[in-house]
Design a protein around this ligand. Sequence first.
Ligand code: NOJ
Length: 764
Amino acid sequence: MKNIVAITSSLLLSASVASAAIPSTPAEKEKMDKFISELMSRMTLDEKLGQLNLPPSDDIVTGQTINSNIGAAVAAGQVGGTFNIKGAAKIRDLQKIAVENTRLGIPLLFGMDVIHGYETIFPIPLGLSCTWDMAAVEQSARIAAKEMSAAGVCWTFSPMVDISRDPRWGRMSEGSGEDPYLGSEVARAMVRGYQGDNLKNNDEVMACVKHFALYGASESGRDYNTVDMSRGRMYNEYFAPYKAAVDAGAGSVMSSFNLVDGIPATENKWLLDDVLRRQWNFDGFVVTDYGSIGEVAVHGLENLPDASVRSLKAGTDMDMCSFGFIGTLKQSLDEGKVSMADIDKAVRRVLEAKYRLGLFDNPYKYNDVAREKRDIYTAENRAAARAIAAKSFVLLKNEDEVLPLAKKGKIALIGPMANSAVNMPGTWSVAADAKKYKSLRQGFEDALKGKAEVLYAKGSNLYEDAALEAACEVFGHDMRDPRSEQELLDEALRVAADADVIVAAMGEASESSGESSSKTDLTLPDTQRRLLEALLATGKPVVMVNFSGRPTVMTWESENVPAILNVWFGGSEAADAIADVVFGDVNPSGKLTASMPYNVGQVPVYYNHFNTGRPKDPNDPSFQKYRSNYIDSPNEPLYPFGYGLSYTDFGYSDLRLDSSELAADGAITASVVVTNTGKRAGDEVVQFYIRDLQGSVARPVKELKHFERITLAPGESRTVEFRITPEDLKFYNYDLEFVAEPGEFQIMAGPDSRRLLTQPFTLK
Ligand code: NOJ
């Protein structure tokens, strides 16, 4: 063993000469290649296959790593990495087995689903995107990276950049909504935040862009369902954010569960090789999603051995939990179904990731126990999370300026989400410590201490049907109140009778969205609706604070409730952040990144649709026979993409172009004047859209192309500009060439995708 360790150390030494970062010069790349070639020349086939295996880690008890199944597998050289284990010391124990108890001492990768923060948790990604604030998005990822890396984790399964236009799909909560442009901006910002200074430092982690590709278009919004899509839609819409993340340097990509053109993504050579590696020049590694290779046969294709062969040859490098690579590739090699070169290609990419992370230099780079104590859930990180959460909330309605509430008198906080700290962080909060987080009730009490009184009643359960409620409490949160609906309601009305104003904290539980949480009914559950009706019947002002992991159907509420604040799941500091907005310390500025439908029947409903040959006359609200519309519903959503109110008002005027002709190698500037016409300072997200009026293929009725968040004092005006170049007009044509076609265009500017000023221009 001593000799072996000596060999290992000498390898480590030669790696340390190279910089622990993504090689950015040819010389650095050469150094990395040489190091890895040398290492690979010493590896046996079994050791190579071990590198391609990513098993789960869930059986570790602190101090017992060596006796755990994962510990034994690591010692046997059967593991390249593992995931969802946390703790600098625990991870060090496991890393030590890899480094000291295996022949070549190759360090492990430690991954985790750090989706919107580690212990300091930020809004769910859908909420985060509603900030339209890329500095904030990047900051959230930076803080997440600092915290997770302090806890030993070097690889995050984020950003999730799947575009989705179907709120039935619970995983819409994990992405940035319906728009390719905004989604791409977010993707880039997150990769920058995670990978920081090119992975040089021990507080920077490798990003894993997922789920490649098209997962967000699961048919009928049912999770894991089939996807079938035209190439035009893929390239112009769904692919954009993945490509943006790859261009930003993301070190890894996770393939998706779904079919792409009838072939599971995990073994789709066109997707993983032609598109990802050849067209986009991706040079990181590809990991499957959980058990995807094993699911190939269930989709109706090959069994595990052949699916492993096909996945490897397609460009998959690491097998998450199917045990197909480690279990079957050896035999497939004997049978001549794969070559050593196929295996080596994948091994090299996994080793490169470890090299880029600096793990050969120092396998314990991420195991600083002192940093773990110091850097996680700090006051500074929490302050950032609170500010970002407040920016993510979307004010949907505010009749008669009910909001903000004054900090005085008696405020009744009523509803199933009012006193539930576990429901604040939202789905995919793997490292959450809910004991440290406040319920909304606590947040209100802290905000109002010495000024106003908070009265509380639960008011209702989440659902009247206990089985439905249990489906949202899969991680053991038991919110169920054994009292009858009437008892809960009576108590709520007694409490409300004593109050000056009512805040109704309602919506869905955090685990009603996220993976495996598809829904067909997006309205407020009946029991909560009955509670809301009873609260409104008191005649007192009612503010609805809606918790949701997706766009919900708020049609009845928008007609009947005076004020609605959509708060998504705001993270560990959500309670304080909601209090900040409700009581006016922060002026809301979030804007929707996904349309909120009138009803589920409209879904998918999104702003950047095609026009059809028979569009409805938008100025006539009635049903139009033989036009593209519904007998019983508007076409447009209730609240459109980009929509969100403020406690002040903004006026838009004077949309101008400095020239109405854009030369093929030129630029023109659009400008619009935005004025704060209200009485408070506020932030506004100014949005620019473009329409290509005549393309060689159909083009959307509008596409977001630029936005800017500005702060204006009352009465202040600002001219906001957008410099348009032909690059902004490019799209993938029928032959999938990225081109700008000469012709007529429109530029539009406004506060959301519906209320827009328009000017024409021509591309020469
Ligand atoms: C399955 C999910 O689809 C994916 O997003 C996640 O990263 C993996 N499980 C690992 O937890």
